[in-house]
Structures are given as structure tokens and as C-alpha cells.
Design a protein. Structure first.
Length: 403
């Protein structure tokens, strides 16, 4: 996508400034009508560029998301009336659109359960049934993983004004948190009807918000740029993650198989303690019981390992991506703080541990330096230590039956 196509124009500046005004409070009906008239010819790309300008000026926040929501609510009819692209079946954009349709069907299926739970002191059965529905809806994370780990990196390499994606990622996180809270509030002893209604209202709104922005802004902009066919090359990576509620289409282009003999004949790399072929190095890294990701000295992701069981999703689309764009907006400050301390030589290790799904995850960041102490990058090592934490006593005899 050329820089000229999305170079901030008058429309983008107006959108950015008007959204900033919406963030501070209400605007009059006269102002709203005036902006609608001024931007009557605005296209999807203008909203992308306008939000990008806004994110350049300040961090993504609840106030910003609220202001953008007000903006898009005002322009809801306008964006709906813009021409929609004709999308071919089993393409990447087709998968985005149809998975979104399936997500809407799933969330609308919650309404009968929500109605049933409005009764005083709902019995356990409806609560359990709703919990199961929420568990099923949580598969929406597959859609978000595909967009965050495949679509976003693709667009970041093409769009100079890709920062609007940070806002959408934040909305995804709002949905995830909403699903967790709804799962919790319907557990025995946690029921609060007023909070339940607020959470379900927020969930419907945030999921609808994410779908609207994909369908009415991102997809038309991608189509206009003429790069939709390039996305189809990433269908196989998307299939590895899986979509939420549709069968994953595969890439129409078959990649030629790499010659095994060529790989076997690759020259070995000499180390101070021996030598290994590139194939052996890759096999070793991928058999370690940890996930590894390396970010070079320019803060660019340049490698990740692929063990059988990965804790956090990684796809090839992340290679060459700025590490700041690989994290939700709310945690970017921490990443920057760690990298800054590593580069200044103030710290060499940063460690975290969190419960995640059914795991207890230990995350460490290591500053990588050469023999002279010059910073060469950062290595992220992630491991599920749930089993390790449960070890007691000792085992001195071989016992493969419990492996």
C-alpha cells in the first residue's frame, strides 16, 4: 500500500481533531451535522489515517476508545453506505467476513439465556448453561489471534498509518476480559444481576465494535489497496491458529517442497564448543521445553522457536515486525522499559509469572550481549512451570510411565 494512498489528508486531520474533541465531552447537534457535511465524501482510509494521527499524539486509553466509538456512531450510516468489496469465496477476506457473521450468530444466541437469567434468584441450571455458552463464545479468541498475529503484521508493513490497529487490539482485550468476568460471575456464589447486565451489554457492544471496524473500515481499505490477494498466501498460517467458527480455507498456492538433500548438505556452523548444521540448530531449539523469541538490537522480531506446545501464538507474519506492535497497547510501556534498561546496561534479566488458561507461565527476558558487552538484542523465554511447581521429594529411578 503506497504511502501516498494513506498520506494524511485534510479529512484525516479533521477526523483526528474532531475525535479529540469528542474525548473531552459532548458536541452540539450543529457541530455534528457540520462535520457530517464536511466529511460526506470520506472513505475508509481517511478514518484509518485520522485515528493514526490521534494515536501518534497520545497513548491508547479508555477515553480514546470512547471518543472513537462516538465518532463511528456518528458516521455509522455513512460507513454502511460506502461500497463494499466483492470478495471471492475461501479467500482471507472471505474468512474474516464469514467468521464475523458466525460470531454474531453465536452472540445473538446468548439472548434467550440472558432473558432467562433476569428472573429473581436464577437456578443453577440456567447459570451453568450460560457458562457453557460463554465457554463456546471464547473461541472468538482464534479470530483475534489471526488478526493480531497475521493480519496486523501484514498491514504494518504496508500502511504508514497502521497505529489504528492498536486501538482494535485494545478492543479485543476488552472482549477477552469481559468473557472472563462473565465466566466468573456465573460461578456459584458470585451472582450479581446488575453487574451481569452491565457485562453482557459491554460484551455485545465491544464484539460488535470489532466486527464493524473490520467489515466497514479495514476490509474496504485492504481491497482498495489491491493487496487482498497477497493476504491469501497467509491462509495456511491462519489455518494453523484456526478461525473461531468456520472451517479454515487453505492457500491456493502450493509451496514447492524444499529438497532434503540441500538441507542435509548445508555447511555446519562452527561454535567454540563444536559445530552444528542449521537443521540441527533448529531441531534443538524446537525440542527445548520452552518458547523462545529473539528481538534484535533494532527492536525487530527476527526469530521464534516452534515447540510442539506453544504458550503464546506466533506466526511467520511476526518476523520483521517492530516488537512494540506485538503487544497490546496497555502493556507496551513495560516492553519499552525493559528494552531501554537492557540497552543502557542497567539490567540483564526481567522475570514474570502469571496464571494463563490451564498453565502457570514463567516468562523471562534476557539481554543478549557480545564479548565486548555490546547489546545485540533480547531473548524472550516462556515456559509452563505448572508441573515443575508440583514436584516433591525426589525421583532417582527411570519411570517413563508418568512422562
Amino acid at each position: 500500500m503506497s504511502e501516498q494512498l494513506y498520506k494524511p489528508k485534510r479529512e484525516a486531520v479533521i477526523i483526528s481533531e474532531f475525535t479529540a474533541k469528542l474525548m473531552k465531552g459532548k458536541v452540539s447537534r450543529e457541530e455534528a451535522n457540520a462535520i457530517l457535511e464536511t466529511l460526506k465524501d470520506a472513505q475508509a482510509g481517511d478514518f484509518i489515517a485520522g485515528v493514526d494521527l490521534l494515536v501518534q499524539q497520545q497513548d491508547v486509553s479508555w477515553e480514546m476508545k470512547k471518543g472513537i466509538n462516538k465518532l463511528l456512531n456518528l458516521f455509522y450510516a455513512h460507513l454502511n453506505e460506502l461500497p463494499q468489496p466483492a470478495v471471492k469465496v475461501n479467500t482471507f477476506l472471505w474468512a474474516l467476513i464469514n467468521d464475523n457473521k458466525a460470531i454474531l450468530t453465536k452472540i445473538n444466541g446468548l439472548k434467550p439465556f440472558i432473558k432467562e437469567l433476569q428472573k429473581p434468584g436464577p437456578p443453577a441450571d440456567p447459570l451453568a448453561a450460560f457458562r457453557q455458552q460463554i465457554k463456546t463464545l471464547a473461541e472468538i479468541d482464534h479470530h483475534y489471534q489471526v488478526t493480531e498475529n497475521i493480519l496486523f503484521p501484514f498491514l504494518e508493513k504496508l500502511w504508514p498509518d497502521h497505529r489504528c490497529l492498536q486501538v482494535l487490539w485494545s478492543v479485543h482485550d476488552d472482549v477477552r476480559e469481559g468473557l472472563r468476568e462473565l465466566q466468573s460471575i456465573t460461578e456459584p456464589g458470585n451472582w450479581e444481576l446488575k453487574r451481569f447486565n452491565r457485562l453482557t451489554g459491554d460484551l455485545f457492544f465491544n464484539i460488535g465494535t470489532a466486527i464493524f471496524r473490520e467489515d466497514k473500515i479495514l476490509i474496504p481499505a485492504i481491497d482498495k489497496a489491491g493487496v487482498a490477494i497477497d493476504l491469501d498466501d497467509l491462509l495456511d498460517e491462519a489455518a494453523e491458529i484456526g478461525w473461531s467458527f468456520i472451517q479454515a480455507p487453505v492457500s491456493p498456492k502450493k509451496k514447492p517442497a524444499e529438497s532434503k538433500k540441500v538441507a542435509e548438505q548445508a555447511s555446519k556452523i562452527r561454535f567454540s564448543t563444536g559445530s552444528l548444521s542449521p537443521e540441527q540448530i533448529e531441531l534443538i531449539f524446537n525440542h527445548l521445553p520452552v518458547d523462545m523469541t529473539f528481538v534484535d538490537e533494532t527492536d525487530t522480531v527476527s526469530y521464534f522457536s516452534t515447540p510442539k506446545k506453544r504458550t503464546f501464538t506466533r506466526t511467520n507474519a511476526v518476523i520483521g515486525r517492530a516488537v512494540h506492535n506485538c503487544h497490546p497497547p496497555e502493556s507496551v510501556w513495560m516492553v519499552e522499559k525493559i528494552l531501554d534498561a537492557f540497552k543502557k546496561g542497567e539490567q540483564d534479566v526481567a522475570s514474570f509469572w502469571i496464571p494463563f488458561k490451564n498453565q502457570f507461565v514463567y516468562i523471562q527476558y534476557f539481554a543478549i550481549r557480545d564479548k565486548l558487552g555490546i547489546y545485540c538484542g533480547t531473548l524472550e523465554v516462556t515456559q509452563d512451570v505448572k508441573e515443575i511447581r508440583s514436584l516433591e521429594g525426589e525421583r532417582r529411578l527411570l519411570n517413563w510411565g508418568n512422562e
